[in-house]
Design a protein around this ligand. Structure first.
Ligand code: 4HQ
Length: 252
């Protein structure tokens, strides 16, 4: 999968895509990331990328021409590339949307700064607007990184087989169960007995229950999409009836 990231701050992208899993995915040729400096597509002497808004008001707006040329350059080799503008006004990004987008072969991610881009960019060049959450960033760069990270780990070969994406929280619509590793005692705090019992069926049941407990107490909204067995439903009823749930959650 190819990502073209159009930005005024190319330096922001060096380490996130060089380290760890993404760095290896780039080395292996599983993903290709091109950082495109929008300023390189200006044609005036001072390389101006922004201007004051028509109608007045605070801040600056990113000009249409450099962005148009940058997108046209990125699209030259693959006219079917899908162009996304990162903005809080966009469609919510979540695991389901990530799974759908991971089948694209070429994404162009446009990162806005200041008050955003001239509306004609959106009308003429953008296929989809995406928001990574209901908060305001200083620019679309971090949002683009979140998308690249989330999409890349869904591609075949990017995660090792011991880090499979299929078993993740959101692909099952349940939060993850608690994890422990050595030591068995840390400052007097132990590890749930069942996990060292060697009883695989009991461990499986415990993990399922804890995943349900976490989801019910922290993210009950997720349960609507979960595939629940009769046993799961009985356990959820138990949690809901048990004292403390409504007031205390599970401690967080
Ligand atoms: N911004 N999800 C404002 C975001 C954002 C988000 C990007 C800040 C665009 C102009 N992008 N600029 N939330 O907050 O994607």
């Amino acid at each position: 999968m190819r990502f073209d990231i159009l930005t005024l701050f190319p330096a922001m992208f060096s380490s996130p895509f060089e380290a760890s899993i993404l760095g290896k995915a780039v080395e292996k040729g599983l993903i290709e990331i091109r950082i495109v400096n929008i300023r390189d597509f200006t044609s005036d002497k001072h390389h101006v990328v922004d201007d004051t808004p028509y109608g007045g008001g605070q801040g600056m707006v990113m000009k249409v021409e450099p962005i148009a040329r940058a997108i046209e350059w990125a699209k030259a080799e693959s006219p079917s590339a899908w162009t996304i503008y990162l903005t809080p006004q966009g469609r919510s990004f979540n695991q389901e949307r990530a799974e759908a987008l991971s089948s694209k072969t070429h994404l162009i991610l446009l990162c806005g700064r200041y008050e955003g881009v001239d509306e004609r960019v959106r009308e003429m060049f953008v296929d989809e607007e995406v928001s990574i959450g209901d908060y305001v960033l200083t620019g679309g760069e971090l949002a683009a990184m979140v998308m690249v990270d989330t999409l890349s780990r869904l591609l075949p070969g990017v995660l090792g087989c011991d880090q499979s994406a299929e078993e993740d929280s959101f692909s099952e619509s349940l939060l993850e169960y608690p994890q422990y590793t050595r030591p068995i005692d840390f400052r007097g705090q132990g590890v749930p007995e069942v996990l060292v019992s060697g009883n695989h069926e009991a461990i499986f049941q415990w993990r399922r229950k804890e995943a349900l407990r976490r989801t019910v107490t922290r993210r009950p909204d997720l349960l609507a999409k979960a595939n629940l067995s009769e046993t799961d439903k009985r356990f959820i009823d138990e949690i809901l009836q048990s004292e403390g749930t409504r007031t205390r959650g599970d401690g967080v």
